[in-house]
Design a binder for this molecule. Sequence first.
Ligand code: HEC
Length: 195
Amino acid sequence: MKWNVERSLMWTATGAFLLFSIGAITTTVVPPLVDETIWSAGDHVLHTYTEQELRGIEIYKREGCVYCHTQQIRNLASDQRRYGWRLVQAPVSKSWEYVNQQQSFLGTKRSGPDLSRVGGKYSSEWHWSHFRDPRNMGEKFESPNGAFQSASIMPSFKYLSDQDIKDLTAYIQTLGRDINWRKDRNGKLLNDYEK
Ligand code: HEC
């Protein structure tokens, strides 16, 4: 009998389904079975979110911060340098850091800086002013008419209540704190995150 798979709708569909299943299983089911670090934090101690920080996560989600900010340092020299702190390079994001997150805000669009190592970078007062008026903070550039303009394109979140901004800031200050990586000029590890 001539083997003519393409002529039979049933065999083509079965073949396509089998090939798809092999691809799906080897990329989703097999990796966690052979590599435990994908789903377990191992010996790492993960931060347990407080009530306030959990409220902050809800605000982060609701306000769509993820549309402009990612939370993943890629294995790229540019990411590690840009999101580092005083010449200390930011550690690349590892899967265990996301293990106890109910929802992760990996994001895809990097209109703003990556936030996964931002905890401890600024004081909570800085975040307060920045959320209320981002254009009042950070970089300025000289426009062609000689006037200085603020570079930030982040929208103002002035409409949030004081409590909301505090909750959001509490969450932002947790980002990246599971890895103690910020060092002072003598190479001593800092652990001065604001609560
Ligand atoms: C329209 C895009 C956009 C949205 C939406 C947005 N941001 Fe930003 N964000 C930016 C840009 C651009 C910057 C860099 C300029 C600056 O510091 O304002 C920034 C900077 C920041 C910084 C400082 C990061 C650093 O390393 O200096 C933080 C923290 C931050 N955003 C948090 C948030 C949070 C939380 C939200 C949601 C409530 C949010 N952003 C929503 C664009 C955005």
